[in-house]
Each structure stands twice: as structure tokens, then as C-alpha cells.
Design a protein around this ligand. Sequence first.
Ligand code: NAD
Ligand code: G3P
Length: 334
Amino acid sequence: MRRAAVLTAGSWGTVFAKVLADAGARVTLFARDRAIADAINGRHVNPRYLADVRLPDLVRATSSPERALREADLVVLAVPSQALRSCLVEWAPLVGPGAVYVSLMKGMEAGSSRRMSEVIAQAAGVGPERIAVVSGPNLAREIAVEHPAATVVASASAATAHAVQAACWTPYLRPYTNADVLGCELGGAVKNVIALAAGMLEGMGFGTNSLASLITRGLAETARLGTALGADPMTFAGLAGLGDLVATCGSPLSRNRSFGEKLGRGMTLDQVLAEQRQVAEGVRSCRPLLALADGLGVSMPITRQVERVLYEGLPPLEAVKDLMSREPGPEYHL
Ligand SMILES: NC(=O)c1ccc[n+]([C@@H]2O[C@H](COP(=O)([O-])OP(=O)(O)OC[C@H]3O[C@@H](n4cnc5c(N)ncnc54)[C@H](O)[C@@H]3O)[C@@H](O)[C@H]2O)c1
Ligand SMILES: O=P(O)(O)OC[C@H](O)CO
């Protein structure tokens, strides 16, 4: 039987712990708040993030990272992307030799523009064969109540990808493998920025044509950056690209979309941040993505406008006007 540690017990970590247990693993979920760990052990619910879904008996919780990581052969990481590096400074020395790291995160590190698998490799000092990334259209709430969905397990090592695939295959979650770690991670990070824009459109009262145009052109700029970095263009037509973009931009369950919707209704960045209880990764990933694009001379006009709304106070309607008034060009250009 596999032994998995999931760090931490936020929305997706808690639901993924359920997935792993439903697929047969013994799971220890690390909750920073001891009251959450006690509730999971006593009542099988996470009262903060998933109060109405019973977690399987195979999920146990602890507020000690050492206890969570002891004997784990899968180390599943679900923290806000900006916190990962400092978490690993504490956690990596507690991880056993040979354990596989699984990233559930969809963000880019501010300052370095590194992807989460790159942060893991660097901060934990492990090779790419010991790292996998799980990404796809996986709104935690829907997976929690077992609505059928698919996802991607990406790793540079086929053996690692297959092992993680087997570890999270349940009747309601169908994992596919992919060797393109870069493309899968970029798809997950950029879709959060595009979902902020989708929310803004909703907040401003625009309709389905606007949303479909945004999703399609958002995918175009994702693929432009990805291929310039060396990703497989096919990845962006898959679950971690188009699939996740459609799910996140279209669902009121998305934190990024909801965040954008508030901006679209006229709230400021600080006002929305003050209300936000869960992470909206696009807010902090926007600039590191643009830094990558600028370094390569890649155009990402939607991401650029989202950044201006977030950090320059540009009214969302002005951002739309700027996007629409650019010189029209061919649909496809690299
Ligand atoms: N929720 C989803 O539907 C979903 C689905 C797929 C991927 N993801 C990705 O998973 C990652 C985690 O998202 P989430 O939904 O679980 O977020 P969340 O906001 O629900 O939970 C974040 C968790 O991280 C912990 N945390 C916050 N700051 C921390 C810090 N400084 N150090 C250590 N732990 C800290 C919190 O205690 C909490 O347990 C994100 O990158 C997100 O994009 C989320
Ligand atoms: O709630 P969001 O916006 O972080 O999106 C959640 C997942 O990434 C959807 O696949």
C-alpha cells in the first residue's frame, strides 16, 4: 500500500487526499491549524475548506510535518506558490530518500519566474525523475463530490508518471500521463491569469462571445509563450491547457474568476485581497509570466492588460478598449 503525505490541508490538498485514499493509499494530511487536524481525525471533515464532505478513513491528519512525512513515498505539495520555497526549506530534510514529489500547484514564483517543479528541484535538491505535476480541469469542489473529471500527470520520468497516475486513478478522476512538464505547468499558471480576465468580463456584464474570444486568444498567448520556451504545442490543446482554461474561465467556483469579477465590478486590488480567504494564483503569477515573455520577445497582450488592471489601477473597461483597438492581424503568428 502506498503511503502519501499531503501538505497542506487547504481546498485542493484536502480533496486530493481524498482522491489518493479512494485510490487505495494511506494518506497523512498536514494541517497547519491543529483544530483542523483534530476535526479530520475525529469527525472526518475539514471544517474550514470542506465541511460537508466526509473524508475516507484512510485519511488521517496531523499538525506535525515530521509525522506527515515519516515513511511517505509520495509527497504531495499544495500550498500557495509563493510559499513553496520557504516550506521546502523546512520539509525537504524530513523527506525519505527515493520519495516522489508531486506538485498540485498552478503558479509561478515571483522574482525568479520559476515553475513549481523547478522550485522543488532546486529547494529540495531532487532530480526530475522524482518530480511529477498534476494539472487539469480540477475544481476542488467538483472533485470532492465526485463529478467525473480527467487530469494530467506530467513527469520527465515515464515510471514516475505511471506510478502517480495509478495512485490517483479513481472512478471519478481519470489521469492521463504526459512527458511535457513545462507545458502542463505553464498551462496551469497562465489559465489563472486569463481566468482573472474572464471574471472581469463577467463583472462588466459582457456575454458569451466575449468569453469565448478571451479563452481562445488566451490559449493563443499561452501556446506562444510555451512553444518559445520549448513546450510541446499539443499540450495546450489538452487537459492542462484548453481543458483547464475552459473550466476555470467558465466556473463561478474558480477563485481567480471570482477575484476578477470583483475587479470588473469596480473594486480595487486591495479591497479584493482583503476579502480573499483562498489563494488566487493569477494575481502573483502575472508578473513572473510577463518577465518570461518579455525576455523571449513573446507578446502576451491579455496577460499584460491584467497586470495593468492589478498593479497600475487601470479600469478593466479601459483594458478591454486597449485590447480591441490594437492593429488587427492574422489569427496565427508565432
Ligand atoms: N482549489 C482548487 O480547485 C485547485 C485545483 C487545482 C489546483 N489548485 C492549486 O493548488 C494550490 C493550492 O491551492 P488551494 O486551493 O489548496 O489553496 P487554499 O487557499 O484553499 O489553501 C492553501 C493552503 O496552504 C496553506 N498555506 C497558506 N499560506 C501558507 C504558507 N505561507 N506556508 C504554508 N502553508 C500555507 C493554508 O493553510 C492552506 O492549507 C494552488 O497553486 C492552486 O492553484 C487548486
Ligand atoms: O479556483 P481556481 O481559480 O484556483 O482554479 C482551480 C483549479 O485550478 C481549476 O482547475
